[in-house]
Design a protein around this ligand. Structure first.
Ligand SMILES: [Mg+2]
Length: 330
């Protein structure tokens, strides 16, 4: 099951039933494993061998809060030169594909990454280069919902709406808790009127309203991985609730949450909305953690070092085209 935070419901995306993506690692996300996520550098010896032995690597990277620190205004976020440099070197490696998958618009994330060989996807993976999409019949509902929310939220300080085409984001970073509570009640009330055409993702101090067809990062990485060579080892790094579907979808790979294992978003938002429903603390589905974007850069540098180690040609070439047999939990 993939967590869809729209009105607190869960839905089955079918990702877990994909035999290619289902291993013993899936079962490690059971309740007994959620509280105890290893820092990835503590398991490096085992991981390094996996990275070196994979015939191809796919690095799927979130942007805000993962490659860069969060800022109050999204337009103030930039990629630091050191991180850009290591991404550039990795993207030029023949055994590696780099995707940056962001909640931003595609044009925005391409401009901020600005590395031609790094592939970018916007709107949580839905907006990709050369991807054709039909005009959605729900666009009108999205516009109506945005108009209603904008009017109702207009008197609340430090709450503002970012337009994203097939989605819009309501930011409340820095707003007092009483204002967040009022805002969340308005958002929930308006959203209910547009079910099932719209859905909501809860991110870090944002509410994101999307067309139902924007399935999120789990669906995106599953599709992107299917386009890569058989046996590709996926690595996914993200910091937000919006990355959880990708962690779940890539349970065969290496999944890393930036920050603490505990997800604070759903609980805080439910409390802010005055929900009487008990909301339990939830924990990431990622297998490992990193503490900060700075450590993400160190991780990328370590990956670069491992895959640059010379391998006997027969060992590397003999595996291409064959599915890898992952051991699952490390
Ligand atoms: Mg993020």
């Amino acid at each position: 099951m993939i967590r869809d935070w729209t009105l607190g419901r869960e839905r089955d995306t079918g990702l877990r039933s994909n035999p290619k993506l289902t291993t013993s690692a899936t079962r490690t996300s059971s309740s007994t494993a959620r509280h105890d996520k290893a820092h990835i550098f503590d398991s490096w010896t085992t991981l390094a061998a996996r990275l070196r032995n994979a015939p191809h690597l796919a690095l799927f990277l979130d942007f805000d809060g993962t490659l860069t620190p969060l800022r109050r205004r999204p337009e103030d976020v930039t990629l630091d030169p050191e991180t850009r440099a290591v991404l550039l070197r990795l993207a030029n490696h023949s055994h590696l594909t780099v995707w940056v998958i962001s909640g931003r618009r595609l044009e925005d994330i391409q401009r901020r990454v600005d590395i031609s060989r790094v592939r970018c996807a916007g709107l949580h993976g839905w907006e990709r280069p050369n991807k054709t999409t039909a005009r959605s019949l729900s666009i009108r509902a999205l516009r109506q919902a945005r108009k209603l929310m904008a009017e109702a939220l207009s008197n609340l300080p430090k709450i503002w709406i970012e337009e994203k085409g097939r989605a819009f984001t309501i930011h409340y970073r820095g707003a007092p808790i009483s204002v967040v509570r009022q805002g969340s009640i308005i958002v929930y009330q308006v959203l209910r009127r547009f079910q099932p055409r719209l859905r909501m993702l809860l991110g870090k101090e944002v509410w994101e309203i999307l067309l139902r067809e924007l399935q999120g990062k789990g669906e995106a990485v599953t599709a992107l991985l299917a386009e890569l060579p058989a046996g590709t080892l996926p690595v996914y790094i993200g910091d937000d609730v919006t990355d959880e579907s990708a962690f779940a979808a890539l349970s065969d790979g290496i999944t890393i949450r930036v920050g603490l294992p505990r997800l604070d978003g759903p609980r805080s938002i439910a409390a802010a909305a005055g929900s009487s429903r008990a909301v339990k603390a939830r924990f990431t589905r990622a297998d490992f953690t990193l503490r900060s974007p700075r450590e993400v850069r160190e991780f990328l540098e370590r990956v670069e070092k491992e895959i640059s180690i010379e391998r006997p040609a027969s060992e590397a070439d003999g595996r291409i085209g064959q599915p890898l047999s992952y051991s699952g939990a490390l």
